[in-house]
Design a protein. Structure first.
Length: 301
């Protein structure tokens, strides 16, 4: 543990003589800063996608699992009687907390996205919809269908099973896609920093040779490269993370758009998750640069 703390302290404290080995500016510095910043910016959106789809899957699962719909089709003169009969059956069914028939205004609101706001619901042969809210472990759907078939022949029960599973599965796959994107972003950062570190090591081959002649160990030289590239990655990732969070903060809120893609952001303590991106970027840079430096120094004559 003490050795690890000493390495960490040395990483941030640095050494003025060793730091001169690594060029402070140039192509490798720009490449590292840009790669870390761009990947951190994209990582914020991938993280927001993963967390938002997790919330979406939970919301869809809970909402659809606790509700059902009863559709009643009957001649105009029998619609009211069949609706009342259906409500009596539902009211005496264990596992059902409440059941109510939707009003004409509510049914019009459901049809408005497809037919417009001026749909004359009262004059059309539209089935009567009944909203069912479950409680406890729910109700016996098969038994309820048998009772409805006997007492309300025009009723069709939809317990949302066929809708719930595909929606939750789609949201879960979107969440998985977000986490896979984060892994790919981390791999891209590692690849870009490895290329930049190799370029810097090759460009300073003569300086490294002189340092070896005066007694510098490979670990001392490698530490200079590891420190410089780790700090560059931390700086670039921090800037990219801040810009990504600002962009996410300006995305439409759920209550504004109300559509499928609104609400793609962080909520509550989830805003702390982006703070881990620069830290992870620094860890990736540390490991990638150390491996690249050790391999390159070992292959140098």
């Amino acid at each position: 543990m003490k050795l690890d703390l000493d390495r960490l302290r040395g990483l941030f404290a640095g050494d003025a003589g060793a730091d001169r080995v690594v060029p402070p500016t140039g192509f490798t510095a720009s490449l590292t800063l840009f790669a870390a910043g761009a990947m951190a910016f994209l990582a914020v959106f991938a993280l927001a996608l993963s967390l938002a789809t997790a919330r979406l899957a939970d919301r869809w699962g809970d909402a659809l699992a606790r509700s059902s719909t009863l559709r009643i089709s009957a001649p105009e003169g029998q619609m009211l009687a069949q609706t009342e009969a259906a409500l009596r059956v539902l009211g005496t069914t264990p596992g059902i907390a409440s059941a109510r028939a939707l009003t004409a205004e509510e049914q019009r609101a459901l049809l408005e996205p497809w037919f417009g706001p001026d749909l004359p619901v009262e004059t059309l042969p539209i089935p009567q919809l009944v909203e069912i809210i479950e409680e406890g472990d729910g109700y016996d759907a098969a038994g309820l269908r048998l009772r409805l078939a006997a007492e309300v022949p025009g009723a069709v029960l939809d317990d949302h099973t066929r809708w719930r599973a595909p929606l939750v599965r789609a949201a879960s796959r979107l969440r998985l896609l977000g986490w896979v994107s984060l892994i790919l972003i981390g791999g891209t950062v590692a690849a870009m920093i490895t290329l930049a570190a190799n370029a810097a090591l090759s460009a300073n081959a003569q300086v490294i040779g002189v340092l070896r002649l005066v007694g510098a160990r490979d670990g001392y030289i490698a530490q200079a490269f590891v420190r410089r590239f780790t700090l560059r990655s931390l700086t670039g990732a921090a800037v990219g993370m801040v810009l990504g969070c600002v962009a996410v903060a300006f995305l439409p809120r759920t209550e504004v758009g109300g559509g499928f893609l609104t609400g793609l952001g962080f909520q509550g303590w989830h805003w702390l998750w982006p703070l881990t991106i620069p830290i992870l970027s620094g860890v990736v840079a540390f490991l990638a640069t150390r491996k690249a430096a050790q391999r390159t120094l070992r292959d140098m004559p």
